[in-house]
Design a protein around this ligand. Sequence first.
Ligand code: R5P
Length: 312
Amino acid sequence: MPNLKIFSCRGNLPLAEKIAKNLGIPLGKLEIKNFSDGEIWVKFLDNIRGSDVYIIQPTNPPAENIMELLIAIDAARRASANKVNLVIPYFGYARQDRKDQPRVAITAKLIANILAKSGTDRIITMDLHAPQIQGFFDIPFDHIYSSAIMVDHFRKKKIPNLVVVSPDVGGINMARAYAKRLNAEICLIDKRRPKPNEVEVMNVIGDVKGKNVLIVDDIIDTAGTFTSAIRALKENGAKDIYGACTHAILSGSAYEKIESSSLKKLVVTDSIPLKQKSNKIEVITITKIFAKAIQRTFENKSISTLFDVFKS
Ligand code: R5P
């Protein structure tokens, strides 16, 4: 019978430590160093021959995160691990998931190909930018949702007269899942993007006048979408505005934009470590959900209870 071993690359060590602690096993020893020019070197310090190895690493930029993971997969394979399972709290490069204009790449498929070719047996990830990215993989792929813990968090807040808002058409399924569970109405923002990371037109479809609002999104990067949505909702008479976002990428001036907005509170998960603190941002942990997914996968048990939330 193989044994369970958990390792982490350098992308989100705090989360990996919490997951290992929750499972009651020590985080395995993985040494990662850089040559003088930056080239990455990885060594498993524990014997993993015949073990089911779980490597935790988000794949957000810098590209070192992906490179580290690929090298760790190769090292695990060559060290005769029984199974190499990846726990990717945030699956980066997922926004380029189709050829939406001539002569561009489909990075989500490219990353899927590289991970599979490197010797990955299984992937567990959370809130993909587009759920159909699962189809880019021909290996077992478990897609879990943060809404289970997010919904619980907002339910406890007992916010009256609540409307759940999707800041763009692509997020409507996520918003519907929240609205259903929070017993709230739903509203949509029609967003147009002239180029990546630039938000232009925001039309609010639905009634938010005098209502409290919860904007839900899978990622906040520049916070352009999020803060433009806040402005549009305020212009349409919204009262208190809250946000729930799984992956807090928060690049460029995102923190400043959020700080200076009329947002009451943004709740994010720890799928990516925050670069700085903010009074307006509250972090809730996805430790338990990933720990459970790892434990149940290792024991060959169903993990469907962890992604029940989108079933109607
Ligand atoms: C869009 O499809 C996503 O769900 C996010 O709304 C978007 O990618 C966030 O990007 P930014 O914060 O740069 O506007």
